[in-house]
Design a protein around this ligand. Structure first.
Ligand code: NAP
Ligand code: MG
Length: 498
């Protein structure tokens, strides 16, 4: 076997996984879809089929929800001692770490991301997140409440798991998004039906195997692969108590409509068009690689990508030269090649979407500073691209591209209010970064920007303890930190007349 093909680069454990039949995890059993249907999964570096995976539908979602309901109401998960639940979630983090190489390979093969990123970011972050959330299991408390009404009262609040949760995740960080969703829900004592993205189901299936091996009771985590159909069925299901979604703003709106039937709780992590704002006093040796990482990391397929780069005219040319140099240093190739820094986009559909944006940018008069084309002639590779001479009306400036394409916008203003207004001129509000040496400017700007996360002299930095989520059309709710536990719990007030 050729060591330079995708398959040739896989370890024996990853190969063994690929060779297995990929089914649905329902009630602790691996089962075929009721319809018997399967769908193909592709290697985005060459468009070739890697595997066939069970194609779940509404009927399978219903069985999975029933299993999750039984596990929640009758099973041990919501009733075992918090310390035991916490230990199991922590242990799953250790198991993830023990399988990190295999999982990183599968992730890179399925999604296309550079294996060095999967190893350095997706896997360690996932393991850490499970441990962090496992730690919260023993710290989910209420309060004693003082009552003002006449009489003798004893009142307190308590937090209880919200119940059965449906979790629908995207393809940009397939395993990390799965962990991001299940970790706080498990820590809180919920049971889960997880629906991975159809483009990238493999690591969620492998995670399901590891969850089963780790001894989680049947029905606590169910994994139903498939396209948008099972996702829609999950969001609409009358016996699901909460739905958590990460993906496009467009589908987020459909989730809200579907959830209206039983008014299930909804949390959403949606798109972004995040500004990165470089002030003239910025340390460019930090700002240039930082802005490059902000847009090119994960081929720009990040909801927080710094896709609108505002640069003061005093440093604009220097930043453009530096950013172009950074872009040209990034080696493009298949994700599984350890030297690769830019892998393919996830799918043919995403490739068409991003190259469509490049064509529209050119048509509307944007100038290409670097990149701007497909790379190679097989697979879904797009060169890291910098566009200038854009106007606020252009599609490339307004819409989320979700590719390695940044719009560099020159500004010549020193008024923070106006700079912030331009940064905020988007329907999104997920993240923003500010690059300056002036701490007064940095913190004043942090207040003015309408974004769930504001970074100062860094972009795309996340931590398990930092609340993460969006203002405006970037979503509802916050994940990470204790805020994530709040998303998966209900508050009950108990009051007694003594
Ligand atoms: P998407 O359609 O929003 O997919 C996200 C998840 O939702 C997938 O699991 C998807 O299943 C599922 N889904 C699709 N339709 C559904 C419905 N009606 N009800 C319930 N679930 C449904 O995202 P996409 O089409 O893959 O990507 C399109 C654009 O979304 C990207 O170009 C990017 O701009 C944005 N996006 C954002 C994020 C983020 O992290 N915020 C992540 C991915 C994409 P299928 O896999 O079958 O579609
Ligand atoms: Mg879709």
């Amino acid at each position: 076997m050729d060591a330079n093909t995708s398959e040739g680069r896989l370890s024996s454990s990853a190969k063994a996984f690929i060779a297995r039949k990929h089914k649905l995890l329902i009630d602790g059993q691996w089962v075929d879809a009721k319809s018997g249907k399967t769908f193909a999964v592709y290697d985005p570096s060459n468009g070739q089929q890697i595997a066939q995976v069970a194609e779940g539908g509404a009927e399978d979602i219903d069985l999975a929800v029933k299993a999750a309901r039984r596990a929640f109401e009758d099973g041990p998960w919501s009733k075992i001692k918090p310390v035991e639940r916490g230990k199991m979630v922590w242990r799953l983090g250790d198991i993830l770490e023990a399988h990190a190489d295999e999982l990183a390979e599968l992730e890179s093969l399925d999604n296309g991301k550079p294996i060095r990123d999967a190893r350095a970011v997706d896997l360690p972050f996932g393991a850490e997140l499970l441990r962090y959330m496992g730690g919260w299991s023993t710290k989910i408390n209420g309060a004693h409440i003082s009552i003002s009404a006449p009489g003798d009262w004893h009142a307190y609040s308590m937090r209880e798991p919200v119940g059965v949760v449906g979790q629908i995740i995207p393809w940009n960080f397939p395993l990390l998004m799965a962990v991001w969703k299940i970790a706080p829900a498990l820590a809180a004592g919920c049971t889960i039906v997880l629906k991975p993205a159809e483009q990238t189901p493999l690591t969620a299936i492998r995670l399901g195997e590891l969850i089963t091996e780790a001894g989680f009771p049947p029905g606590v985590v169910n994994v139903v692969t498939g396209d948008g159909t099972p996702g829609a069925a999950l969001a609409a299901h009358p016996d699901v108590d909460k739905v958590a979604f990460t993906g496009s703003t467009e589908v987020g709106k459909l989730i809200v409509q579907a959830a209206a039937g039983n008014l299930k709780k909804v949390s959403l992590e949606l798109g972004g068009k995040s500004p990165a704002i470089v002030f003239p006093d910025a340390d460019l040796s930090v700002a240039i690689p930082g802005a490059a990482n902000g847009i090119f990391f994960n081929m720009g397929q990040c909801c927080t990508a710094g896709s609108r780069l505002f640069v003061h005219e005093r440093v604009f040319d220097k930043v453009m030269t530096g950013l172009s140099d950074e872009a040209s240093k990034l080696k493009i190739g298949p994700g599984l090649d350890p030297a690769t820094r830019i892998g393919p986009l996830v799918s043919d559909e995403q490739f068409r979407r991003v190259t469509g944006f490049l064509a529209s940018g050119r048509e509307q008069g944007a100038e290409v500073v670097t990149g701007g084309k497909r790379f190679g002639n097989e697979g879904y590779f797009v060169e890291p691209t910098i566009l200038t001479k854009t106007t606020p009306e252009m599609k490339v400036v307004r819409e989320e591209i979700f590719g390695p394409v940044v719009c560099a916008i020159r500004y010549n203003d020193d008024d923070l209010e106006r700079i912030a207004r331009n940064g905020n001129a988007t329907e999104y509000g997920l993240a923003a970064s500010i690059w300056t040496r002036d701490i007064g400017v940095a913190h004043k700007m942090a207040r003015k920007l309408k974004a769930g996360t504001v970074w100062i002299n860094v972009h795309n930095f996340n931590d398990v303890a930092l609340p993460f989520g969006g203002y405006k059309q970037s979503g509802w709710g916050r994940e990470m930190g204790y805020e994530a536990i709040e998303l998966y719990t209900e508050v009950k007030a108990v009051v007694a007349l003594l």
